[in-house]
Design a protein around this ligand. Structure first.
Ligand code: ADE
Length: 248
């Protein structure tokens, strides 16, 4: 089956803006759910429809709806409304310099996507907490697009505490974000393939405050993200999933 409907989920408008502009996506009146601030944009790449979902602003705090709950809601609604052949999650993330990450690098999530802040030390629940959602083998795809590969670990905090670091290390993660595992959970429930692209704004293992680095590098990272995201969409549009996964 050809990929004719691609849904991209992004948390922050600033992350999405260069992508919206470059692809000329049009904002549509959303019929997802009137109670939710989710924004929907539409466009076309080759023969494929592209729908972008941005989580919108929190009604009380006026800031972007980052983190796992909005990501879960958006993904569920996107699947129900647009029936995607392929889901993409694109956004910014922290990276581990010791594992090869630099500011502005764009990664594709590989191997597994895991949670690092759902600690439930009871047999069975421990593994459920970590999630470990399997990622198909996108090696050739990553090489063709010049993407770095790494395990993503998701949690609901931008900064880090020692316990999170311990878990992220146990997760063998190179990338720390706030949405991917939540989206991967919904994608797995509905058996829809998911590609995650993460552009690095800050280095988790540097001494600089994460929030300062994040704000400083957000526009560079979003610009780099846009280029790889458009290349990824061009690569996938009109192909079958089997042509993208493990083509070697
Ligand atoms: N998004 C950008 N940088 C991040 C970090 N260090 N942790 C989680 N999400 C991020």
């Amino acid at each position: 089956m050809k990929i004719l409907m691609i849904v991209v989920i992004m948390a922050m408008f600033q992350e999405a803006e260069p992508f919206i502009n470059r692809l000329g996506l049009q904002k549509i009146v959303s019929n997802l759910d009137k109670q939710l601030p989710i924004e929907v944009f539409k466009g076309k790449v080759n023969e494929s429809d592209v729908v972008l979902i941005v989580n919108g602003k929190d009604k009380r705090f006026g800031v972007d709806n980052v983190g796992t709950q909005p990501a879960t809601l958006s993904t569920y609604l996107a699947i129900n409304n647009f029936n995607p052949d392929l889901l993409m999650n694109a956004g910014t993330a922290g990276g581990f310099h010791a594992k090869g990450a630099d500011i502005g690098d764009v990664y594709i999530g590989s191997d597994f996507i895991r949670f690092h802040d759902r600690r439930i030390p009871i047999p069975g629940f421990k593994e459920y907490g970590v999630g470990s959602y399997k990622v198909p083998d996108f090696d050739q795809f990553a090489t063709d697009l010049g993407l770095k590969k790494g395990i993503i670990s998701t949690g609901n905090s931008l900064d880090i505490i020692p316990k999170d670091l311990e878990m992220i290390k146990a997760n063998e993660a190179v990338i720390k974000d706030m949405e991917a595992a939540a989206i991967a959970w919904v994608a797995e429930l509905y058996n829809i393939p998911l590609i995650t692209l993460k552009s690095i704004t800050d280095l988790v293992d540097s001494k600089k405050p994460t929030q300062d680095e994040f704000m400083k590098n957000l526009s560079l990272a979003s610009e780099n993200l846009q280029k790889k995201l458009i290349a990824a969409i061009n690569f996938c549009a009109g192909k079958t999933i089997n042509e993208i996964i493990d083509r070697a």
